[in-house]
Design a protein around this ligand. Sequence first.
Ligand code: EPU
Length: 345
Amino acid sequence: MPSVPTTLNVQQRASLREHNSFGLPAQARTLVRIGSEAELRRVVDHPEYGVAPKLVLGGGSNLVLTRDVDAVVLKIEIRGRRLLREDPEAWIVEAGAGENWHELVAWTLEQGWPGLENLALIPGSVGATPVQNIGAYGVELKDRFESLDAIDLVTGRTVQLDAAACRFGYRDSVFKQHLAGKSVITRVRLRLPKPWQPVLGYLDLERRMAETGVTQPDARTVFDWICAIRRAKLPDPKRIGNAGSFFKNPVVTPEQCRDIIGRDPEIVHYPMPDGSIKLAAGWLIDACGWKGKSIGRAGVYERQALVLVNRGGASGAEVVTLARAIQESVYGRFGIRLEPEPIIV
Ligand code: EPU
């Protein structure tokens, strides 16, 4: 039997400005705050919301809102974190989708369970991390992933997905593909392997080691380094609205790369295990002269050209106009199409 709507935490005509890290203005016709799996099932059973299209909001840190939202917006606030089990190989930690990701990283380190330190300070909620398989400084979520629970928005059933079922790719998963809008992540379980090994093969971290003379840092030190590196080049979304990297780093064939190197020898590129070459999108945008530039109130961050920012009062349309202009100039000069990383609504 459908439950009584008043038992759900529903807001009509709710501002979404506080719910997206870009700080873009948009209104949700209906915003439902979800504090538990049971509440989510109530939405599925609801005579009106059950059949309506849905937009799932985690921390809103990977989203560009260009208009008001007619779909029922589900703000996932499921809390809780615990050590699920420990075995000789790993600690298995479980967290509710509504927990803040960075606080979870800091908490696991305080408990003496290292492994997430390279993923410190990534904005957003725990439930959003598998959607785009977050990654930074040589570690991706998939490297520390055990499984997750998701609720099917049609049947209300909970399913458990392992890494293979999530189909993780570079900033990609099944939740950006055929499960988009169909299923809501409610809990995530992480596998933190023993013994712990630092992941240090990244230029910025090698620089820190050289500067400090610390060649065998503990997890806390790596955490502190990552926080310092990120603070130096990425804007804090609490102060300057942004959604992290705005474009994915494009992957090209060795032939394409050779052609570009012929014209621009200093292009930053990384060979991939499958023989393809990943190019630094930030470098491509920078090379086209965009760093620090603006269109209207949307701008390109001064210290990292891959990050678009809200200079104050920008609309989603301005952000998209800027993004298109960048795509056109990068295509014009390099023949490469940049693909946005955030979801554009
Ligand atoms: N570069 C420039 N100019 C710029 C920006 C970058 O020349 O304005 C050059 C840098 O000098 C460097 C290279 O491009 O040689 C790569 O830059 P960086 O190390 O800052 O990393 P990125 O490739 O721009 C990626 C992720 C980040 C992640 C960092 C660290 C993507 C789309 N972005 O950025 O992830 O934190 O590596 O691992 O893969 C995010 O996804 O939101 C995000 C911030």
